[in-house]
Design a protein around this ligand. Structure first.
Ligand code: 2F8
Ligand code: CA
Length: 171
């Protein structure tokens, strides 16, 4: 039976601890912004970082869907840079948070093909919006694409002003 007592009373307590990992992934606490202008991969990353975030990383289907939706959400429909680049002296692609792309990937058929039209290397990763069929492509890092930044909503670093940041919030 139960009894009501003063909350200030001392008594033993019983804690409940989950014995299994949750079967449903926790919702991500990410906010995505699409740029309002195209930039090289390096300039894109610098803009995301200077506004408190980083280029978006994709580690699961939920991230992928939201980033692709952000990419295709403006009239300048095109590829968008994300936080994917080859490791130095390697053809292994890594996300900017250090995760190897092999953990979750959705390259388009035939990609990454390291086949820039000028014969140069393609060392940066971009997503294609749904209107382009989705998936990812490697492209020369100097090419100017729109880009998707991500911000951690737990620490509320996301920009608040479109004019100030030239980023356009969509998803
Ligand atoms: O056909 C795939 C090929 O398409 C373009 O090159 C013609 C892409 N280049 C850019 O997006 C800059 C290649 O990366 C892609 O492999
Ligand atoms: Ca390519």
């Amino acid at each position: 039976q139960w009894s009501n007592v003063l909350c200030s009373a001392t008594a033993p307590s019983v804690c409940e601890v989950s014995s299994r990992a949750p079967t449903v992934a926790a919702p991500s606490h990410k906010e995505y912004w699409l740029s309002g202008y195209p930039a090289s991969w390096d300039d894109a990353r610098a803009k995301c970082r200077s506004t408190g975030g980083d280029l978006a990383v994709i580690h699961n289907a939920e991230n992928e869907e939201r980033v692709r939706a952000a990419c295709g959400s403006w009239e300048r429909d095109n590829l968008c840079w994300v936080g994917l680049r080859t490791a130095p002296m390697s053809r292994t692609f890594r996300w900017v948070d250090g995760v190897d792309v092999a953990a979750y990937s959705n390259w388009r058929d035939g990609e990454p093909n390291n086949s820039a039209s000028d014969g140069g290397a393609e060392e940066c990763g971009a997503v294609l919006p749904a209107s382009f069929g989705g998936g990812w492509n490697d492209a020369a890092c100097s090419v100017e694409f729109l880009f998707v930044c991500e911000y951690d909503t737990d620490v509320s670093t996301a920009p608040t002003s479109v004019e100030e940041t030239q980023l356009i919030k969509r998803v």
